[in-house]
Write a protein that binds this ligand. Sequence first.
Ligand SMILES: Cc1ncc(COP(=O)(O)O)c(C=O)c1O
Length: 384
Amino acid sequence: MTDRFETLTVHAGAEPDPQTGAVVPPIQMSTTFKQDGVGGLRSGYEYGRSGNPTREALEAAIASLENGTHGLAYASGLAATQNVFYLLEPGDRLLMSDDVYGGTWRLADKVWRRYGIQTDAIDLRDLDAVAAAFAAEHPPRMVWIETPSNPLLKIIDISAVARLAAVAGAITVVDNTFATPYLQRPLETGADLVLHSATKYLGGHSDVIGGLVVTRSEELAERLRFHQNAAGAVPSPFDCFLVMRGLRTLAVRMERACANALVLALWLADRPEVSAVNYPGLADGPTAELVERQMRLPGAMLSFEHAGGEEAARGFAGATRLFTLAESLGAVESLIELPAPMTHASVSDSPLAVTNSLVRLSVGIENVDDLRDDLEAAFGASGS
Ligand SMILES: Cc1ncc(COP(=O)(O)O)c(C=O)c1O
């Protein structure tokens, strides 16, 4: 019998401890494990970097929630990204969405380029451009999709891109940080790997940095597992425990945050201070159909262009009371930021640059009337 998603969030990876019956998997801090004679491992554990029961509980939980078979946990989302890049060889090309987290682009373009990996950014919504990239003489070995994307909330058709990639023998990776497996499960629509900054919705409380990767491929899992141990960017058992605790409430947090975001997106779209709202729930035409097909709900992230320009956007972002001016996203509390000078400062000189008047909101689970009042007061206070 297969449990439904909400049930899995509560129970996945959380078998009561066989020794004590503890219903919360214990945090196993030991870095090494006694051997009964050389190589005589009691339950497969040898050394904490190579394997740890608390980490394995988290890895089992995320594999189950993403409907994959292998989960891997890392010290951060970027450590997870780094491990995925280890699947590439010098001379390989990486095709990336032209709107991704700035740090992902920085890692590809500023670090991996030095080791012979060429990254090209295109708008992956343009399937003709994707097809052309894969038809090139030297096609990409990997395609990197972020959908909804950060910070413009573009929606990319995962199954269409994955089909084109598969024909060319390329690996499709989906950064599912913004959607979470509650809203979309990329492995079910053809992706080979799904990646998370667990720092965001999965942890959910702005108190842990972590990364996760899930796959159904034995071969990819084996290669990732090798580098997880060989390069060593593993999370602490305590961090794994915190992400596990966050996962338990993922479904209810997402429901509430998405409902709040829709209310605020509609309200912002009517404000004179706002010239454009980026929110998948406001899409129309083919994009609306894609959101409907690909996502359970349109998410809790949105961004908008402040009609007053950069100074007005800065004034507004500094004038909220409940929306905390801070980087990051996906927690119970609402956050506000300006991507250009903050999360996306590292892409200012790249094809991924965004305008200085773009404001990004991570909508939390507070009372939505309070959130709207806060935004309204900030428009008033910032004179915009
Ligand atoms: C979509 C996305 N992917 C990856 C990352 C990187 O994750 P971390 O900060 O946990 O390294 C972030 C961080 O903001 C992100 O927003």
